[in-house]
Design a protein around this ligand. Sequence first.
Ligand code: RNT
Ligand code: ZN
Length: 414
Amino acid sequence: MTRYEQSKELYAKFGVDTEQAIERLSQIAVSVHCWQGDDVIGFDGSESLSGGIQTTGNYPGRARTPEELFADLTRAFALMPGKKRINIHACYALLGEDKGKIDRDGYEYKHFAPWVKWAKDNGLEGVDFNPTFFGHPNMKNGLSLSSPDEETRKFWVRHGKACLKIAAQMGKEMGSPCAVNIWIPDGYKDIPADRLGPRQRLIKSLDEMLEGYDKEWVIPAVESKVFGIGVESYTVGSNEFYQNYAATRGMCCLLDTGHYHPTEVVSDKIPAMLAFYDKLQLHVSRPVRWDSDHVVIVDDELKELSKEIIRNNADKKVMIALDYFDASINRLCAFVLGVRSMHKALLCALLQPYEEMKKAQDENDLTKVLYMHERVKFLPFTDVWEEYLRRQGLSEDWWESVEQFKNEVIAKRG
Ligand code: RNT
Ligand code: ZN
């Protein structure tokens, strides 16, 4: 008997079917953010990151061109298990001869067609898209959709509209609806004199932007935030603001695991949202003391968050995207490690005996709930995980690929 076969029997004693777990895991798509590969700079002219978000570290080898980013992503994706999507930002437009001639409000599908081609060539399930409301001179005083300057506000509404149109075509081309996430950095460093006005303008902008979007091929979401660097006192797109906006507009929210007070956890927000919404989008990140966007690892919160998806049968309702950017380590490793961690946590969640535990909770046998939590914690998870990888031609030892990337690619990038 192989180790996997032995473990399969052991899990069966707890009422857990490892074959079912592997099968279910292989159906869950994870949307991988392209921006870990180049420190969130993009190709449309920005030289630095702004808007309350920051990459820190100066590890060499950042992808500087579309060719480099596509090549790095191809290497990274080959090491990732499961169903994958690619998540891109509007600033990753391939403008070609339109460079310098058009601005973000003039972007079209053709500027992103190479991304769709790459996604198809690499067997991806879909492409997700984001308007980019940062790293641009029209972010007047750090404001976009909530700007009191009508010209500025309208420019960003046009950008959003253009992106929704592009997204519809991406969805159609891939045969899988495109998730469009709306995040703006708008806010103030110090105590504002008006907290309502910017929010009213944001409602107006969002309504204008979202008017008539393609409901079949686009799934838009709004992403809230508690604060950003340099935007400490007031964030226009706060949690309450967007939850109410989404609820009244029949759309969905996106919860980023780094966007709440450090004592709040997204794992508990998931079931609260599922009680009211039939779709929810996630940005899985790892905040260390602040929204630091560290590479996702299998920590307790990631395991808890995964349990909320699995035990509520929300595999298709909760759309998982990753959002982190670490410039201090090998970026190929960062990409692959984060994706594998997400899958590991999901598999962990799939190997839990929920029925028995839920029953114990409802019977107020909370001693048993605690006992069971600890009892299953160290069951031979790795045997199932390695079997999952093996079936996809992958293994847990992929360090060599990290070294190869360093020697073959990074070393040659000055
Ligand atoms: C910023 C948000 C946002 C960005 C990406 C690049 O705090 O999390 O989602 O990280 O869109
Ligand atoms: Zn995010």
